[in-house]
Design a protein around this ligand. Structure first.
Ligand SMILES: NC(=O)C1=CN([C@@H]2O[C@H](COP(=O)(O)OP(=O)(O)OC[C@H]3O[C@@H](n4cnc5c(N)ncnc54)[C@H](OP(=O)(O)O)[C@@H]3O)[C@@H](O)[C@H]2O)C=CC1
Ligand SMILES: O=C(O)C1=N[C@H](C(=O)O)C[C@H](O)C1
Length: 247
């Protein structure tokens, strides 16, 4: 890593699928892996030896993770998905004291995709229906994926609307016709799929799809480590991957 500062990084969710690839990504980038924690482990002890924390665990861990990061004045990357409104309030509040980067997807490709979706939604307008389709491995516990939500937010931003007022997920039964301006979500689960996302713009007699396919989890781990280095140089505040990559 030559002239770059070497950071001491700690992982929350260390024995998980992401935790495992993060260890390699931290080492490949020339930083120090100081260890990790899982449920019921002592994060306070780990935090005393770290410059930054990277969290890919579970929403139930978030409040304690933020408290400990604040107590140690450490920046924290939050990659955990399935977050609810109350979690976002906690993040906003903690971000007054420490730098926090939260995103549903740390990959370069999805970050670019979100940028493109926002642009397309702004230019195409309501005459094009937007549907977001995602597929993940059979072990995933939350739906729609954090990535699908962030792509939905990007589409809503492009259209100048609130996603919460136009989100249509989990259609089943006699649903009625599609409401103009809604943003639809469909979640597929199966096999070992690392993460596929399609944003479909369906117009009259034409259809455009913007897609991303994750071939493996290393893309998320590399992005998280890059974001950690960037975040360690920021003042307290809440950031996302578009801030990290300047998109
Ligand atoms: N933002 C992004 O780019 C990406 C986000 N993700 C998200 O990251 C999260 C983890 O994914 P994945 O690695 O596949 O999941 P896994 O289930 O494989 O791993 C989760 C890990 O978190 C640990 N954990 C659970 N509860 C706690 C807790 N309270 N405190 C500390 N550790 C805890 C688990 O430990 P134990 O076994 O002890 O319960 C487990 O080791 C998910 O929310 C997923 O959606 C995944 C990929 C990319
Ligand atoms: O759980 C996963 O595996 C993934 N979760 C993230 C999400 O919810 O979007 C990111 C990626 O798609 C893999």
């Amino acid at each position: 890593m030559s002239d770059k500062e070497q950071l001491r990084m700690g992982i929350i969710g260390s024995n998980g699928r992401m935790g495992n690839v993060l260890i390699s990504a931290i080492k490949q980038a020339g930083h120090l892996h100081m260890g990790g924690v899982d449920k019921d482990d002592d994060l306070d002890a780990l935090a005393s030896n770290c410059d930054i924390l990277i969290d890919f665990s579970a929403p139930a861990a978030l409040e304690d993770n933020l408290d400990i990061a604040m107590n140690h004045a450490l920046p924290i990357i939050i990659g955990t998905t399935g977050l609810e409104e109350r979690h976002h309030f906690l993040i906003d509040s903690a971000a007054q004291d420490i730098p926090i980067m939260q995103t549903g997807n740390t990959s370069m490709g999805v970050t670019m995709l979100a940028y493109l979706v926002e642009e397309a939604a702004a230019k195409l307008g309501d005459a094009w229906d937007i549907e977001i389709v995602e597929m993940h491995h059979r072990h995933k516990v939350d739906a729609p994926s954090g990535t699908a939500k962030l792509l939905g937010e990007a589409a809503a931003k492009g259209r100048g609307i609130k996603l919460s007022e136009h989100k249509d997920s989990g259609r089943d039964g006699i649903t009625g016709t599609r409401k103009i301006g809604d943003i639809g979500f469909a979640a597929l689960r199966g096999g070992s799929v690392a993460g596929d996302h399609d944003v479909i713009f369906a117009g009259d007699e034409e259809l455009m799809t913007l897609s991303h396919r994750a071939e493996n989890r290393m893309i998320f781990a590399r992005g998280a480590v890059q974001a950690a280095y960037w975040l360690s140089r920021q003042k307290p505040g809440r950031y996302n991957m578009r801030d990290v990559l300047g998109l």
